[in-house]
Design a protein around this ligand. Structure first.
Ligand code: HEM
Length: 494
């Protein structure tokens, strides 16, 4: 009887020590400046981490400097980095000294498998080597017709929605993700997702996954108590877990089909399968690794590009003079509505490039990435013990007035034409695609996709803000408008 009592006291004491005494009174990380914990159980997940953490980190940078601390679940201290020099060290100079950090390795692995996002060191290098040819510029150029058709499909759906009306209020964030999902289906796997059709299985599954994530406390506990994964409330079980399973089934089918195919196309996965066959046995990806790339590419390549496109249209609606200037530039190349431009032509649109860069600066689709320390370190004079989670906030770096000037909060594409600003911006101050060995392999593809879609849409439509319409911004994972963006859309005829 006493043993049970002692064991219970010891357990409770240990939990109290780990969740309260150590993080708040003993950890060397408590010396780093930062806000005090808001909630005994949820830490800052009870406050700013639940909403737009990018904006919160930008304002905390002003208060505490470019390295500060916040508290995660059970008060665990995490360190936020908004200093480009430290970001350079973590992301670029010593990439593999700072492994990726996940709130739950188990749940993440269940979801994305052992693909490129999950691996470290030599395994990560091996996977990136195999993926390289799929993302080469030559291959991305082959994707132009798919981008072209997707933008015309988007245009046709909106034209139908406007009909004979002068102007129509459209929730642009309804169609944009579906169009981008279709694109990734075709260029990624040569597969028709038909996401714009009402019964599209993949579109529904995908929507559930990105919109019904289990709360942070579940994710955190899932690593310590595997039983948590079995007692997820039925809401998550039915919608989230079933959707994950559906996407896994599709991934399995795609990779099996490709392995057995006699003729393969130029899509990302086909090229990966071909590249893999030509690698030395020790470098080849296993079936599981290959299969994990499907879900990785789907998530990494879809939500990011779709969010970037939605923000671009939003900022163009917000800044009519920018929209007019961009349309003028576009009309010089897209002389005819059905004109199919060359790669060189879309790449030469200088102001379009500025608009896209400015959108990715103001609203980086992935507002931050997480890493951890693999050994004890000193950073900016503070002791950072091994295993400390580090959050590199791209959003805060992109909004830092010391880098971007006093108009950092303004949407001003012309800043990218200013030679002085251009020369001040290092690779670690503009990080929409992160940087270093883990930097986004799809950056060229995403930019070219946007450079094809935006002109076709802007050539055909004028976008205006809806008076009084507001939305929230969420940045759990992706920096997204919630519930979405409504704009007034009218046809433009040239
Ligand atoms: C505007 C669009 C995009 C943005 C803003 C973006 C941004 C990013 C960022 C910030 C990372 C994290 C890198 C890190 O952990 O340091 C990443 C990783 C990744 N992205 Fe993208 N991405 C975009 C489009 C794409 C596309 C179109 C694809 C593929 C079709 C893609 C595939 C990947 C993959 C596979 C990774 C994991 C790389 C690794 O861990 O080594 N991304 N992306």
């Amino acid at each position: 009887m006493y043993y049970y009592l002692i064991a219970t006291f010891a357990f409770v004491g240990y939990i109290f020590y780990k969740c309260y005494i150590h993080p708040l009174y003993l950890s060397p990380l408590r010396k780093i400046p930062g806000p005090s914990s808001d909630n005994f159980i949820f830490g800052h997940h009870a406050s700013f981490l639940n909403f737009s953490r990018g904006e919160a980190f930008a304002s905390l940078t002003k208060k505490y400097g470019r390295m500060f601390r916040y508290h995660s679940i059970f008060n665990q201290p995490h360190v936020v980095i908004t200093d480009p020099t430290l970001a350079q060290q973590i992301l670029i100079t010593r990439t593999y000294d700072y492994p990726n950090f996940f709130l739950s390795r188990n749940l993440t692995k269940d979801f994305i498998g052992e693909g490129v996002t999950f691996t470290e060191g030599d395994d990560h290098k091996r996977q990136r080597k195999a993926l390289g040819p799929s993302f080469s510029l030559a291959n991305v150029k082959e994707m132009l017709p798919t981008f072209f058709q997707a933008s015309h499909k988007m245009k046709d759906i909106w034209l139908k929605q406007i009909g004979n009306k002068k102007e129509e209020r459209i929730t642009i964030t309804d169609l944009v993700p579906k169009i981008i999902l279709d694109v990734i289906g075709l260029v990624g796997f040569n597969y028709e997702f038909n996401a714009t059709s009402p019964g599209s299985e993949i579109a529904q599954a995908y929507h559930s996954i990105v919109n019904i994530m289990p709360p942070a406390i579940y994710v955190f506990l899932a690593d310590f108590l595997p039983v948590i994964r079995k007692i997820l409330p039925s809401f998550y079980k039915d919608q989230y877990l079933e959707s994950v399973q559906r996407i896994h089934n599709i991934s399995d089918m795609l990779v099996s089909n490709l392995k057995n195919a006699n003729i393969r196309g130029n899509d990302i996965m086909s090229i990966l399968v071909k590249t893999n066959e030509n690698l030395r046995a020790s470098e080849q990806l296993t079936y599981d690794e290959m299969y994990s790339q499907v879900i990785g590419i789907l998530i990494a390549g879809h939500e990011t590009t779709s969010v970037a496109l939605s923000w671009t249209l939003y900022y163009l609606a917000k800044c009519p003079e920018v929209q007019d200037r961009l349309r003028k530039e576009i009309l010089d190349v897209f002389t005819d509505n059905n004109y199919f431009p060359t790669f060189e032509e879309i790449d030469s649109l200088e102001y379009l490039e500025c608009v896209l860069k400015e959108t990715l600066r103001k609203a980086p689709p992935l507002p931050d990435v997480m890493r951890s320390t693999s050994k004890d370190e000193i950073m900016n004079g503070y002791i950072i013990p091994k295993g400390t989670p580090l959050l590199i906030s791209f959003y805060a770096i992109h909004h830092d007035p010391l880098i971007w000037g006093n108009d950092a909060e303004n949407f001003n594409p012309s800043r990218w034409l200013d030679p002085e600003i251009k020369s001040n911006i290092s690779t670690s101050a503009f990080l929409p695609f992160s940087a270093g060995r883990r930097g986004c392999p799809g950056s060229k593809m995403a930019l070219i996709e946007l450079k094809m879609i935006v002109p076709i849409i802007i050539r055909n439509f004028n976008f205006r803000m809806v008076e009084g319409f507001t939305f929230e911004t969420r940045s759990q994972g992706f920096f997204k408008p919630v519930p979405g963006i409504d704009l007034l859309v009218s046809k433009v005829d040239y």
